[in-house]
Design a protein around this ligand. Structure first.
Ligand SMILES: O=c1ccn([C@@H]2O[C@H](COP(=O)(O)O)[C@@H](O)[C@H]2O)c(=O)[nH]1
Length: 230
């Protein structure tokens, strides 16, 4: 069976837990995601540990955001680990995004538009007044112009972003919660089925899977539900 287009966020406190979660979910999902917590604690060794013997894609979610020269150096440093995907913040601007793209030619650079934890009130307060999807759309357009081939946005913005950037750009959506699951610190959310129906290419799901007593079964259940919904 083809693994579901899900990136499981391995936000674990230690490497053993992350590797165990990865082994449990990789029969069911295409991708595992390593974020700041694991990478800052363990560095490059985390990539091999979560990959194990499986062919799962590794998504390195470091959300780089600095001046172009610094981001180029950071992207070059992690490119040798050959992650499938590396994130940068779109708000770093076009020169910074292009620097990452050029520094990591074998890795897909995904630009994070507006964090899915932010509400419209938060956006007003940080000076991005207006509906979230207007800011997301603007950041999406500049990121693609700068060479990003993937974008991170909430599932709610997928139709607007797709209309802006067209097909051929991978849309990655955190802020995904199965029906009835707690939203926790996520603000702009949708169900996995809705996200997929709206055209998301890769769904990032963490705690609804890793917080389950059986992460493998939780991943399998969401994957099965996605298969039924298409
Ligand atoms: O806008 C963003 C960008 C990245 N994330 C990351 O995705 C996961 C979501 O985990 P859940 O447990 O499913 O909430 C997490 O690693 C974030 O760092 C995001 O949530 N929103």
């Amino acid at each position: 069976m083809t693994p579901a287009p899900i990136a499981v966020a391995l936000d674990a406190p230690d490497l053993e837990t992350a590797a165990r979660w990865a082994a449990l979910v990789t029969p069911h999902v295409s991708t595992v995601k390593v974020g700041l917590e694991l990478y800052l604690r363990y560095g490059p060794e985390v990539i091999a540990s979560v990959k194990g013997a499986s062919g799962v894609e590794v998504f390195l979610d470091l959300k780089l955001h600095d001046i172009p020269n610094t981001v180029a150096g950071a992207a070059r440093a992690v490119a040798r680990l050959r992650p499938a995907i590396l994130t940068v913040h779109a708000a770093g601007g076009p020169a910074m995004i292009r620097a990452a793209v050029e520094a990591a030619p074998h890795t897909e650079i995904a630009a994070v538009t507006i964090l899915t934890s932010l509400t419209e009130t938060d956006l007003d307060r940080i000076g991005l007044a207006g509906p979230a999807d207007a800011a997301v759309r603007r950041l999406a357009a500049l990121s693609v112009e700068a060479g990003a081939t993937a974008l991170v946005c909430s599932p709610n913005e997928v139709p607007a972003v797709r209309a802006e950037v067209g097909d051929g750009i991978r849309l990655i959506t955190p802020g995904v919660r199965p029906e009835g699951a707690a939203t926790q610190d996520q603000a702009r959310v949708a169900t996995p089925e809705q996200a997929l129906a709206d055209g998301a290419d890769l769904l990032v799901i963490g705690r609804p899977i890793t917080g389950s007593p059986d992460p493998g079964a939780a991943a399998a259940a969401i994957a099965a539900s996605l298969r039924r919904s298409v």
